[in-house]
Design a binder for this molecule. Sequence first.
Ligand SMILES: Cc1cc2nc3c(=O)[nH]c(=O)nc-3n(C[C@H](O)[C@H](O)[C@H](O)COP(=O)(O)O)c2cc1C
Length: 210
Amino acid sequence: MNTTTILEAMKWRYATKIYDSSKAVSEEDLHTILEAGRLSPSVYGLEPWEFIVVKNPELRTKLRAAAYDQPKVTDATYLIVIATRTDTTNVVNELIERTAKNQGKTVEDLKGFSDMVHGTASQYGDGAKEWLMRQTYIPLGVMIETAALMSIDSGPMEGFNSDQVDEILGLKEKNLRATTMLALGYRGDDAYAKLPKTRKSADEAITIVN
Ligand SMILES: Cc1cc2nc3c(=O)[nH]c(=O)nc-3n(C[C@H](O)[C@H](O)[C@H](O)COP(=O)(O)O)c2cc1C
């Protein structure tokens, strides 16, 4: 893929508000976007997230009400809720188990790594949940950009009541907290599509230190 294609896609994309509900993103394309999210990096490789694809129309209607009635919650082809794990110790333990299994080692072999990751988590103290939450913005961004490269529109959302979304999807009992949502679909008659892109200039955003 050449750089012009990449930058054209980044300029083409915008946070799509209105979707054409007569045009559907394929399951195959959804799979590609989710895989890009799953393959995202995270601190220590903790992957403290779960991607919940809500297909059930009644649940999407309830989620829309919890998201200040944003039409994209119901009208986009797919709605992905990105949730953060809240049980930090388990998240670290699972990383160690996953890594040991993947590398053909025992959990004991990875004691040094385990102590380091648990140590960092405990240094964060009450901030550990926030630390994990920050990681979930990485797959959010990766999925937005992957969709754009596939000419698929997306709409990231923080504008919702997390307590209500957790309740609707039963997330609390799974040690999850709804953090962001991502609508995927094709743009409809959306006034926002016609607005010029507002961005800092490269000079404002980038500093080169020689
Ligand atoms: C984490 C995050 C949360 C956002 N939440 C909302 C939202 O709830 N509703 C909405 O319409 N746009 C939301 N946006 C879209 C931003 O307003 C938009 O990305 C920004 O204004 C830049 O415009 P552009 O993405 O169209 O280029 C969100 C974007 C991000 C990255």
